[in-house]
Ligand binder design. Structure first.
Ligand code: PLP
Length: 386
């Protein structure tokens, strides 16, 4: 098979490999799934009903590449309110999941020799797509002693004339860390000063436990070079529906829509109609889910901190705990492997999220209180044998 050389640069998301192995093990043992990053709740009923209605109403055809006008307008209004700014529908591109915004933004901006600064530990697809497009992925370390925020001075020191793009993610996968208003201001200033684009991955914008959500878009100067990624997957438990969106300057939105015409044409139209109901409908189920995530966060973080050799920061957002496990004396990859194979606890080694994830594990607490309790007990059992 003779593939394009660039295929050698394409990485992957190892959470899916771990899920595959964990599913295979389930034939012989009980497995607690804390590896995959998706809410374990059902999509709220009114959204499901809206999708069924939309199919019956004939929303089964192609739609405009940038998204249905009514949904682009609703997203502009909703996302603007959440961030305290004004967006227009022309700034919005609806995509099949939030992930395509990441890929399309990098495709639109990055060429051979360009550098892109991205968070590490961070979502593995940033590095993968940057390298795939021939760019150089330059990690900025998220520091445990700064509650997994980045150091804005260090960021400024990494920027040079080849820097094309800075990727940020707050609340963050895998650390649960949140950037402060001051951090965002400094990042925006750096981007403006050096004429660099920013991709702000805000997919967890509404999975936040304390305070209000801060977006870099609140810094007006950065807006002309800013692409925001958000979507429905996490907030509305809609991972399998595949719908998300990007918000950016209208000219860039035209470019992303053109890439979409060239790749997947459009996002499914009945799911877009259902998302109108997600944005405008009742919030009770979403609020219940968030309250439950908070309960689980408190339980798992306390439990992890009681384990020998573990120490875990309290994550302010998303649904991941990211304990430092260096005190166990085991390599984090070995520990993750033994937890799965010997105890049936599926979690990810921090290195799945880049080199600065070494020494950590990621537990997704999108699972029941009962299962989280089981996972903690089983982890303790393994630690007794070490
Ligand atoms: N960005 C981050 C940080 C994520 O964790 C994820 C999913 O896990 C995505 C983007 C992609 O979201 P979607 O499932 O909507 O494509």
């Amino acid at each position: 098979m003779r593939l394009a050389d660039r295929m050698n640069n394409l990485g992957t998301e190892t959470a899916f490999d771990c899920l595959c192995r964990a599913k295979a093990l389930e034939c012989t043992m009980d497995v607690v799934h804390l590896e995959i990053g998706e809410p374990d709740f059902d999509t709220p009923k009114h959204i499901r009903e809206a999708a069924k209605r939309a199919i019956d109403e004939g929303y089964t055809h192609y739609g405009p590449s940038a998204g249905l006008p009514e949904l682009r307008a609703a997203i502009a209004e909703y996302a603007g309110k959440l961030r305290g700014v004004h967006f227009t529908p022309e700034q919005v591109v609806v995509t099949p999941g939030g992930k395509p915004v990441m890929a399309f933004a990098i495709m639109a901006l990055v060429e051979e020799g360009d550098e892109v600064i991205y968070p590490n530990p961070g979502f593995p697809i940033y590095e993968s797509m940057i390298e795939y497009m021939g760019g150089t992925a330059v990690p900025i370390r998220l520091r445990e002693d700064k509650d997994f925020r980045l150091d804005a001075e260090e960021l400024a020191s990494l920027v040079n004339p080849r820097t094309k793009l800075i990727v940020i993610n707050s609340p963050c996968n895998p650390t649960g860390g949140v950037l402060t208003k001051d951090d965002l201001k400094l990042i925006a200033e750096t981007a403006v000063k050096h004429n660099v684009w920013v991709l702000s991955d805000e997919i967890y914008s509404e999975i936040l436990y304390d305070g209000v959500f801060e977006s870099i878009v609140q810094n007006a100067d950065v807006r002309e070079r800013l692409i925001i990624l958000d979507g429905f997957s996490k907030t509305y438990a809609m991972t399998g529906w595949r719908i998300g969106y990007g918000i950016m300057p209208p000219k860039m939105a035209d470019m992303l829509a053109r890439i979409q015409t060239n790749t997947n044409s459009c996002t499914a139209t009945f799911t877009q109609r259902a998302c109108l109901d997600a944005l405008r409908g009742p919030r009770e189920e979403v609020n219940r889910m968030l309250a439950e995530f908070k309960r689980r966060r408190d339980l798992i973080v306390e439990g992890l901190n009681n384990l020998r050799g573990f120490r875990c920061k309290l994550p302010a957002g998303a649904f991941y705990a990211f304990p430092n496990v260096e005190g166990t004396g085991l390599d984090c990859k070995v520990l993750a492997h033994r937890l799965l194979e010997e105890q049936g606890v599926a979690c990810l080694a921090g290195t799945c999220f880049g080199k600065y994830g070494n020494g950590f594990l990621r537990f997704s607490y999108a699972n029941s209180i009962e299962n989280i309790g089981k996972a903690l007990e089983k982890t303790e059992q393994l630690l007794k044998q070490i």
